[in-house]
Design a binder for this molecule. Structure first.
Ligand code: 4UV
Length: 574
C-alpha cells in the first residue's frame, strides 16, 4: 500500500454550504471580503460578488422550498437536475439547492433528449432547470418518457430571462418559456436565514450526482457526499499553486463535469480568486478574454493547449499575464507542454504548466504534479494527494501487487472515494472492494520518487477532449440501426488534436447488400451521419466507421477491444 508523501490534513465535518460560505470575520464570506468578485460573465462583464452569491443562493433555496410550484418537489433529499451551459446562474442554483438540502445532478448541456432521459429517470430528479434553449429538448424528453406536457412543464424551471440580479440584461421571455416557472420567480420571496440543518451523518449525505460510465456500461450516477467534496477541497487546496491577490482565473470547462464542478465552482472561491465564466471554448474569444480580464490562471484540458501552441489568435492578444495552466481529464504530452511554454514565452508570458489526475468517482483529484516538479517530471500525473492510499494491482481481484516500477491497475482508498453508484449496488460492488479500494480502470507506474504515470486504460472508456464517451452506450445505439447486426466502439488516438476519437466497427445485417468497397464506404459514411442525429456532439464517430464481418469476442461474449485497437493502429499506418 502506497501512502501519500504529504502529511494528512484535517477534513472539517460540515456541509458544503458552510464550508464554502462561512464567515471567518466581520464582512467576509468564506474568508475573503464579501464585496469582492466571485464569478464574472466574460461576455457582458456582469458579476456576482461573494456576498451576492451567498445571499442569492439562500434566496433561491428559500424559493425552492416555499414557492407553491416547487415546494412539493423540493423536499429535503430530493434531486434537481441542472441542464444548462455555464453561466452566472449555475453557482446560484448549485449552492442554493444544497443549502436547501437538495441534491444536484448535472447533465451535459449538449445532451439529446434520449441522453437526458437516461439521467433524468435514473437520478429520479423531481425538478429540472434549463435555459430557454434547452426547453425544447426537455419537452421532447418528457414526451419520449410518456409524461403529459402539462405534467412535464410543472417540473421545469427556466433560467436566464432576466439577469438583472447579476447586473446583466433583461431578455424578453421566449414563446417557449411562456407559462413556465422562471428562476427569477424563485428569487422574489425572501431568503433562508441559513442553510437547511443537517443532523445526520454527513459522510452519507449526497450533495452532487455527476454521471460516469466507470469501467463499463452506461453512465451511472456517482454519489458525491458533502464530505467527499470537502475532503477533496481540503486535500487539494494546499497543493494548488500559491495564489496572489491579483490572480484571476478563467475557465471554459463545463460545470456539469466533476473537474469544473469542484475545481472551478468551489476551489477558486475558497482560494479567494474571481472566476471568469466563458460558456464555450472558442479560441479567439478565449484569448480575447485573457487580455480583457488580465487572466493569470486557467484550468484546461489538453486540446486547449493545442490551440495555445498553434492557433493564430494567441498572437493577436496580450497573453503576457498568464502564469499558470492546470490540465486534467486526459493524458498530457510532454512535447505539447514544451511547445506551449515556448510560444507563451515568446509572447511575454512566463507560464508554468502542470496537471492533475482524477475521476468522477474520486471527487475528482487523486494525483497532482506540483509546479516545482513540472519540468523535471513532465508527463507524470504527480504524487498521491494527502489522506489517500494507492495500490498498483496486477490481477483482477487485487491478490497480486505489481512489482515496484512495473505497471498495475491503480486502486485508490480515502475520504474522496464516492459513496457509490446511485441505486446500483452491483456496479458499486464491482468498483469498490469491501475494504474500500476503488478500482480506477487505469494502469499506472510509480517511479522511485513517488511520481505516477498513467500508461494504459484497462476499462472501456473513451475520452474525447476530456469528455466521457461510453462505448457501451454507442454500441447500444448502433444496434437500433436497422442495417446493423453487431457493433463495437473503441477510441483511436489523434495526436495532432491531443485526444481520442470514437471509432465504430459494425457488422451489416445483410452483408450481401454491400459487397464492393465503395458500397461499404458509403454505408460507413451514412452511419457516421446517422449517429450525429442520435447523440451529443462529443460522441460523434469522429474516428470513422469500419464495416467488418465479425466483432472479435471472448468465449464469454465480451468484445476484445484490444484486438480492435491493434487493428485500428494497423489500418492507420497502412
Ligand atoms: O470521470 P472522468 O470524466 O473524470 C475526469 C477528471 C478529471 C480531472 C482533471 C484534473 C484534476 O485535477 C482532476 O482532479 C480531475 O476526467 O474521467 C476519468 C478518467 O479520465 C482519464 C482517466 O482515464 C480517468 O480514469 N484521466 C483523467 N485525468 C487524466 C486522465 C490525466 N491527467 N492523465 C491521463 N488520463
Amino acid at each position: 500500500i502506497y501512502k501519500s508523501p504529504y502529511p494528512d490534513v484535517h477534513i472539517p465535518k460540515t456541509s458544503v454550504f458552510t464550508h464554502v460560505f462561512a464567515s471567518r470575520g466581520p464582512g467576509d464570506v468564506g474568508g475573503f471580503p464579501g464585496a469582492t468578485k466571485a464569478f464574472v460573465d466574460a461576455a457582458s462583464g456582469a458579476y456576482l460578488t461573494r456576498a451576492q452569491l451567498r445571499d442569492l443562493a439562500l434566496t433561491f433555496g428559500h424559493g425552492l422550498r416555499t414557492h407553491p410550484a416547487t415546494k412539493p418537489l423540493a423536499r429535503r433529499g430530493d434531486t434537481l437536475l441542472i441542464y444548462s451551459p455555464n453561466s452566472l446562474a449555475w453557482p446560484v442554483v448549485l449552492f442554493g439547492s444544497v443549502a436547501a438540502g437538495l441534491r444536484c445532478t448535472t447533465a451535459n448541456s449538449a445532451y439529446t433528449s434520449r441522453e437526458l432521459a437516461h439521467q433524468y429517470t435514473d437520478s429520479q430528479a423531481k425538478l429540472l432547470i434549463t435555459t430557454e434553449d434547452g426547453i425544447r429538448t426537455v419537452r421532447e424528453m418528457f414526451a419520449e418518457l410518456g409524461v403529459a406536457k402539462r405534467e412535464g412543464d410543472k417540473r421545469i424551471i427556466v433560467v436566464g430571462r432576466d439577469l438583472q440580479w447579476a447586473g446583466g440584461p433583461t431578455i424578453p421571455p421566449s414563446v417557449d418559456a411562456a407559462g413556465l416557472l422562471a428562476m427569477e420567480d424563485l428569487l422574489k420571496g425572501g431568503k433562508m436565514e441559513s442553510e437547511e440543518r443537517f443532523d445526520g451523518d454527513l459522510s452519507n449525505e449526497t450533495s452532487y450526482i455527476c454521471y460516469s460510465s466507470g469501467t463499463t456500461g452506461k453512465p451511472k450516477g456517482v454519489e458525491t457526499t458533502h464530505l467527499n467534496a470537502i475532503a477533496l477541497l481540503s486535500i487539494i487546496g494546499p497543493h494548488f499553486p500559491p495564489c496572489k491577490a491579483q490572480d484571476v482565473l478563467i475557465s471554459v470547462l463545463p460545470f456539469y463535469h466533476i473537474y469544473a464542478l469542484i475545481q472551478v465552482l468551489h476551489l477558486p472561491f475558497l482560494l479567494g480568486l474571481p472566476v471568469i465564466v466563458q460558456p464555450r471554448f472558442e479560441p479567439t474569444v478565449f484569448c480575447a478574454n485573457i487580455e480583457k480580464y488580465k487572466v493569470t490562471i486557467s484550468l484546461i484540458v489538453p486540446p486547449i493547449l493545442v490551440v495555445l501552441a498553434r492557433h493564430p489568435a494567441a498572437e493577436k492578444f496580450n497573453l503576457s499575464t498568464l502564469r499558470f495552466l492546470f490540465s486534467g481529464a486526459a493524458p498530457l504530452g510532454k512535447d505539447l507542454v514544451h511547445q506551449v511554454k515556448q510560444r507563451l514565452r515568446k509572447l511575454g508570458a512566463i507560464c508554468e504548466i502542470s496537471q492533475g489526475y482524477g475521476l468522477t468517482e474520486t471527487s475528482p483529484t487523486t494525483h497532482l504534479l506540483s509546479v516545482e516538479d513540472s519540468e523535471r517530471k513532465m508527463g507524470s500525473i504527480g504524487s498521491l494527494l494527502p489522506n489517500l492510499e494507492a495500490r498498483l494491482v496486477d490481477d483482477e481481484d487485487g491478490n497480486v501487487d505489481a512489482e515496484e516500477g512495473s505497471p498495475g491497475e491503480l486502486w485508490i482508498r480515502g475520504p474522496t472515494v464516492m459513496k457509490g453508484y446511485l441505486n446500483n449496488p452491483a456496479a458499486t460492488a464491482n468498483s469498490i472492494t469491501p475494504d474500500g479500494w476503488f478500482k480506477t480502470g487505469d494502469v499506472a507506474i510509480k517511479d522511485k520518487d513517488g511520481h505516477y504515470y498513467i500508461v494504459d486504460r484497462r476499462k472501456e472508456l473513451i475520452k474525447y477532449k476530456g469528455f466521457q464517451v461510453p462505448p457501451a452506450e454507442l454500441e447500444a445505439i448502433l444496434l437500433t440501426h436497422p442495417d446493423i447486426a453487431d457493433s463495437a466502439v473503441i477510441g483511436v488516438d489523434d495526436v495532432v488534436e491531443a485526444t481520442e476519437l470514437p471509432r465504430a466497427y459494425v457488422v451489416h445485417a445483410h452483408p450481401e447488400k454491400i459487397q464492393t468497397a465503395a458500397a461499404k464506404a458509403l454505408f460507413a459514411q451514412s452511419v457516421v451521419k446517422w449517429m450525429e442525429t442520435q447523440v451529443a456532439k462529443h460522441k460523434f464517430l469522429r474516428g470513422g466507421v469500419a464495416v467488418t464481418n465479425e466483432i472479435p469476442k471472448s468465449a464469454a461474449g465480451k468484445i476484445l477491444r484490444r484486438e480492435l485497437r491493434d487493428l485500428a493502429k494497423k489500418e492507420a499506418t497502412s
